[in-house]
Write a protein that binds this ligand. Sequence first.
Ligand SMILES: Cc1cc2nc3c(=O)[nH]c(=O)nc-3n(C[C@H](O)[C@H](O)[C@H](O)COP(=O)(O)O)c2cc1C
Length: 190
Amino acid sequence: MGKTKLGLALCGSFCTFDKLIPAAEKLAQKYDLTVIMSEITANTDTRFGKTEEFKERLRQISGKNILATIPEAEPAGPKKLFDMLLVAPCTGNTLAKLACGIADSTVTMACKAHLRNGRPVVISISTNDALGANAKNIGELINRKNYYFVPFRQDDPQGKPTSMISDLSLLEPTIEAALAGRQLQPVIIS
Ligand SMILES: Cc1cc2nc3c(=O)[nH]c(=O)nc-3n(C[C@H](O)[C@H](O)[C@H](O)COP(=O)(O)O)c2cc1C
């Protein structure tokens, strides 16, 4: 049997990228990895690094071109490109769109296309408003069929009281549980 086909969709939580790259390297050892990037991540340099450098690393890790436009992501549905789609890091922006059924970016299009096949999406949040404006969207998606969450915690309760971030060391166990139709527990960690 071939490797499980894993789509890894990156959103614009740029400060998470330094931890995401080694996590992607680990995932590539086990899964057949395809990288998807939201428009902002594919086209924006920030104080956390240059997009071309991230893209080159991710191309090396996956051994494939990156899907970075809506037309490139759309075949995820009809061609059944992935067994599993991991959105990591998932911004508050993308979380809110997914909760509302909006598909106007590469990542949200990939999710919409993939979900039409009844296949699992795993969300790894990294957002300052998880316990603010996006609390209701986490609540919405956690209760929706075929969505699973990488366990998450408050990362700085005093300094950023509404911020929450998933534990990237739990990506693989969350994926494996989701492939078996189960949410890895506990989903809220300390
Ligand atoms: C330097 C920088 C860091 C950011 N970090 C985060 C973050 O950690 N979490 C988040 O939800 N948004 C963060 N944002 C905002 C998102 O990039 C912004 O909402 C963007 O529209 C997200 O688009 P996407 O969800 O399609 O990737 C950051 C923006 C910049 C410029």
